[in-house]
Design a protein around this ligand. Sequence first.
Ligand SMILES: [Mg+2]
Length: 490
Amino acid sequence: MRDICSSRLWRRPSWQSRPGGLPAAPLTNCAAPPALYSLYSMLALGITHNSVPLAARKRGCALYAVSSKRQPQTPQGAEGGPPALNGTRSSQAEAALPAQQQQQQSLELGGAAAAAPPPAQETGLQLHYRTSWERPVLHHSINGGEWQVVEMQQVVSGNGWWKAASLDTAASSAGSNGSASAPQLEFVVTDGYDHWDKAPDGGNYVIQQAGRWQLAEGELAQAERPPVLLVSDLDDTMIGDDAATAAFTRWWQEEAVPAGGRLVFNTGRALDLFQALLVEKGDVLAQPDMLISAIGTRIYAKNRRGAWEEDEGYTASLGAGWQLEGVREACYRVLANVGKDAMHFRPPNEMSEHKVTCGVRVDVLEGVVASISADLAASGVAHRLVVSGSGGWRFVDLVPRQAGKLQALEYARRRLGFAPEHTVAAGDSGNDIDMLEGEHKSIIVGNAHPELFAWADARRAAGTADELHVAQAHRAQGILEGLQRWGFKA
Ligand SMILES: [Mg+2]
């Protein structure tokens, strides 16, 4: 096996370490003593500050990291110096990279979003890596080809522990140094500075076949269950029982994420109300990899700075045929007929450029829906009308025809790269019916509103309920029950 130390990508680090585990054994084919390497490493990096203890960042072992007060040094023979990762960082590993590999690294790291890569396709390889390192770098060779680098991306719903990289092993044929018997993937991981995670025997990690793999505490394992894209409603589905939410989050982070799972919340809440919920339930609720808000009228993903960033392409797609003022005027006309005691506009924070929401008393609901629909049809406004809620009042949401919980789910599914058979939607109320109706699998939690059970009964009677699971368990426990039913959970 070819060791990366002989690949000329590396200067010898002062220490090797495994994040969260014991320090790896020293490399046997690098002869200089550690103290000399330490001095060499510091000189090569132009360190102006002493090394600092990093016990807080690592679990179970005392390690040292280079202070951030470093001066990146242009490698000998390189022109203009190495590019900083995303313009914010340089490192020993980068400084040692040949120009061609630096260029490839820049390409691989391009794009504004920090979304973790989609799950491995049949010919690809996906690696999940459990680490406290903020930006681990995967140094790898595919099919014995040239060594390359790629920064692993944070999986947002992995609670900060899981980073991931997807590699197309089929498209990467063996390089000049490769052979037909070379492993699909040979790799080590670094923290981007001078800490390495190598295999327990001191060599490189080796994966012999494509698929989904996870590396934690020095152990490589292949995923046993298929990856799932879970698209879940929030109120009274994912939340409402903190113990159940915490149980889901535990399972999600320990088992679903390293198997390639991704989490999307699909809620009627606007972004500010969702963020308030994240603060309120931060100790039990998983962060989603994407957020669909306000009845499928906005989609957000986290950017590299950790802020929720609107998918402007999706928002822009909602404009065709939609007339906000026309919708509001149609609602005003009906309100004038039924009276303000039977209908009202919801507060401004529940409205948006692409969403008008009214509260309507149940006894006039049917007439109100018919009148608004007829009015908008006559004026040619392309809209979608969604009724939800329980008790004596209902929410009536009007959104563009291109919006809605199902339409947004499909958009997120394609962006995250999941097939319908690996996608599960979960909900509890009338505004979830839309997304529960897609080609994917669905879960109705046991505490759902009567309208959902009635809808499920109608699906069964029509023979179209094969992909629908009505859970006995409530809220997040109902989601876990459904995921087990669909084979995504043991
Ligand atoms: Mg709900």
